[in-house]
Design a protein around this ligand. Structure first.
Ligand code: AMP
Ligand code: MG
Length: 398
């Protein structure tokens, strides 16, 4: 054990005039050094950077006490660029996009992709396998038949078109070659869609970039997928970062406290949807029947201690599986998914409009637990909303 923890008294030294002068110089130098470091470690003002990317809003929060020698503005630039780079590679439009190049390829043609796209596609295939097809990153052809513009749809796509699109969906029809990171379609006309997973990956990349630059405290959020570093610096003491789950049908938020150094992803049925014959259909499609989800869980929130990409994929997967199949899936996968502390919160709207909350977790004995309650939403006052506007809260939900 190091000396300073040993509790032994250090040997007494006599102070000579020389050592006193040296000590004074050292103290003065130390003071200057400390104040220089203070200046470097804490910007006068933090930065809250909001921008539009991946078809949604992103927010990067760098508090004044971020802990890095790099300025808060520069750190926000670095994190923003990391997210934009993921978008450039994985967007379904754009010249540099791996997804566009792969989607233009004929079956049997190998397309080399970047390490980032490879990582995300492999994670997508993993969730496809785990969920036995409920998660499918090739949902593109089906998704294109619907318009999720929050409006009333006048017609349902033609049965012929739905049948044709369904034949071109199925992640098992992707061939891949680890050497060279090559992808190839087994069938023509297929389309990769990383919309359920790329936002989480973008958040992970931004957090990684901040961490590499010595950042201790920050929050990154893209379209409802959040990840935090460290704590929220306060005037007296730092406090953990919090997140929120939006009320899917009204006002208020469920606060999830202490998400410091964790990722939180939410898939909700209230962001992108259309109404057809009085029914709400959300932008997540069940690949097993080719129909957008309706009357399922209103939102699924996943808290993951390591990966926003996995949280994002799991939130979408559980939305497709729904309450019963979802619970079964979690129970079966519990050890693999939960041994590192994953938690899930599902919100279900009842016929009388009450909202049920179901919490899944692993308890301290390593047992899978399931708890049902009536969801309670907090409505913040004006002061809290102002706090939120300043980006000091990671409260979110898609
Ligand atoms: P999220 O908001 O993360 O749940 O992702 C929703 C997006 O994922 C949709 O807008 C589609 O682009 C894509 N998607 C839809 N259905 C599925 C599915 N079953 N599996 C994987 N991705 C899907
Ligand atoms: Mg998702």
């Amino acid at each position: 054990m190091p000396d300073k923890y040993s509790g032994e008294k250090p040997a007494r030294r006599t102070l000579t005039a020389g050592t006193i002068v040296l000590a004074l110089i050292a103290a003065a130098f130390g003071y200057v050094l400390a104040s220089r470091l203070d200046g470097l470690m804490a910007d006068k003002n933090g930065v809250v950077r909001r921008f539009f990317v991946m078809n949604t809003e992103a927010t990067i929060t760098i508090p004044a006490e971020h802990g890095s020698r790099v300025s808060a503005e520069k750190l926000a630039d670095i994190a923003e660029e990391a997210i934009r780079e993921v978008n450039r590679l994985m967007s379904p439009v754009g010249e540099d996009s791996d997804v566009v190049r792969f989607n233009q390829a004929e079956s049997g043609q190998w397309v080399a992709v970047s390490p980032s796209t490879w990582t995300v596609v492999m994670e997508g295939l993993r969730w496809h396998r785990l969920s036995e097809g409920a998660f499918d990153p090739t949902i593109g052809p089906l998704k294109r038949l619907f318009t999720f513009d929050r409006r009333e749809a006048l017609a349902w796509p033609a049965a012929e078109d739905l049948k044709d699109a369904a034949l071109r969906v199925g992640a098992d029809k992707i061939d891949f070659e680890r050497e060279g990171m090559l992808l190839s379609w087994k069938r023509d006309g297929m389309k990769l869609d990383l919309g359920a997973i790329a936002k989480g990956y973008g958040v992970d990349c931004a957090i990684e970039a901040l961490r590499k630059n010595g950042v201790a405290n920050a929050v990154v959020e893209v379209g409802g997928e959040v990840r935090t570093l460290g704590q929220k610096p306060g005037q007296i003491l730092p406090t953990p970062w919090n997140a929120g789950i939006m009320n899917p049908r009204g006002e208020g938020t469920i606060v999830i406290s202490n998400i410091s150094d964790k990722a939180v992803a939410t898939s909700g049925d209230y962001a992108s949807y259309f109404i057809y014959q009085g029914e709400r259909y959300e932008h997540i499609i069940d690949p097993r029947n080719g129909v957008p989800l309706s009357q399922g869980v209103a939102s699924v929130t996943v808290i993951h201690p390591e990966s926003c990409m996995s949280a994002d994929a799991l939130a979408t997967t559980l939305s497709v599986l729904g309450k019963d199949e979802g619970a079964q899936f979690l129970r079966e996968q519990a050890l693999g998914l939960f041994n590192n502390g994953v938690q899930v919160i599902m919100l279900i709207v009842q016929p009388d409009d009450a909202i049920t909350r179901i919490d899944y977790a692993i308890d301290s004995q390593g047992e899978f637990t399931e708890k049902e309650s009536v969801a309670e939403f907090l409505i913040f006052g004006a002061a809290a909303q102002q706090d939120d506007k300043e980006g000091e809260n990671a409260a979110d939900g898609e």
